[in-house]
Design a protein around this ligand. Structure first.
Ligand SMILES: [Zn+2]
Length: 71
């Protein structure tokens, strides 16, 4: 498994999926769920798929790990 990040085109997901992923977030900094993220980037690292973005509230990075049924 590689530490290299392999990027994917988040914008190629359906509108529905994008909305869902952008709204169902967990922010470590705010300690709150579903605050939303902006500027999403999707990538795979260590065999796991993530969407990384910026918390809408505090502007800290937020990560969502995607489960198998999401990609
Ligand atoms: Zn936050």
């Amino acid at each position: 498994m590689s530490e290299e990040k392999t990027y994917f085109e988040f914008s190629e997901r359906s509108e529905e999926e994008q909305q869902s992923l952008l709204t169902h977030t967990w922010c470590d900094n705010c300690q709150q769920a579903d605050l939303g993220m902006i500027e999403p980037q999707e990538y795979e690292q260590f065999g796991l798929r993530f969407v990384e973005g910026t918390c809408k509230v505090c502007a800290e990075p937020v990560f969502t790990e995607l489960s198998d049924d999401e990609f």
